[in-house]
Design a protein around this ligand. Sequence first.
Ligand SMILES: Cc1ncc(COP(=O)(O)O)c(C=O)c1O
Length: 379
Amino acid sequence: MSGFALVLNPSPGTPGVVILTEGGFRRARAEIASWPGHAATALHDTPSIAKACGVAAVRIKDEAGRFGLGSFKALGGAYAVLQALRHALSLAGVANNASAGDLASARYPEAAKITVTCATDGNHGRSVAWGAQRFGCRCVIFVHETVSQGRRDAISAYGAEIRVVPGTYDDAVRACAEVAEACGWHTVSDTSWPGYTHVPVDVMQGYRVMTAEALEQWGEAPSHVFIQAGVGGVAASVSVQLRSQLPDRPRLIVVEPDRAACLLESARAGAITPVSGALDTLMAGLACGEPSLLAWEELGRAAHAFIAIPDEAAVQAMRDLAQLGIVSGESGAAGFAALIWAANDPAARNALALDAASRVLLFSTEGATDPELYRSLVG
Ligand SMILES: Cc1ncc(COP(=O)(O)O)c(C=O)c1O
């Protein structure tokens, strides 16, 4: 199978800016832990995979069950909606620090007049729509034309209006920002750009819960962590949380589709480098051509390596994970696919220092978020 590429970060460990504070994370975690339905997701030990990869252990954090939304994204968008509403109500002089309970019980009728919006390739929009429904505001979600009907339906099930725009996820991000500006809506984006970082910080603080849980559940420090990326927000959140909890930094490996490897290309160039074209990968959640500014600030200095994988490897990984009883969607299985390749490719194995003592942490970041597509690929 061709289409794999590996780029080592030329400057790992370079000191840089703090993109996510510890206080912000403590507040996000306490808030999310108080929501109905909150429970830690499973961390699976997979000795057969460890054996096949010639490493000591492989553990997989399984995000399929997160708040019933099917992916880790439930942690970020919904939390950022809450924060955006609090901020808007405070600016309007309605309430200084409205609680989630107050909003969920419609204590402030003004909240219903607020509109939150975002662009999505599926999972982030679902989280934002879910948050908007829970906290009682209006929601409009922008999707690009190739987002599947199944994913659109999953978003509108939470009462959001869907708007379809031509082009890619990155085009939808721009369309959303323009309409939001014109209409006075609140953009709750999972990606950041110059002048727009406040909300994506809240999104990423929410994501950190996933890594914090995984490290607490394992009890031992991993030596390697593989995490898939679209704009890089979740990879940056993993990176920050590893630094926060572990004295010895594991090697962080960022995994992208070969047709949308904007972080890998940025690492190659030493600066943010968008990739253009149709970005037509099956890994819908990772089909992003422009890195998040904040994510790049973290990953450009802290990731050990960047790997690109072809679609066929992701599909094979979904099937392998299904054999282990783990339901993992097209984007969810990418890190697993990269590990299988790297462990069995002598040059990659060497470059990542994978050996018989390695303890590898992976994240299956989504379940079957498009059940029809999942069935057609896995059977
Ligand atoms: C299942 C899944 N995994 C990983 C990612 C990548 O997240 P990010 O765009 O923050 O890099 C996404 C993004 O939508 C996703 O849906």
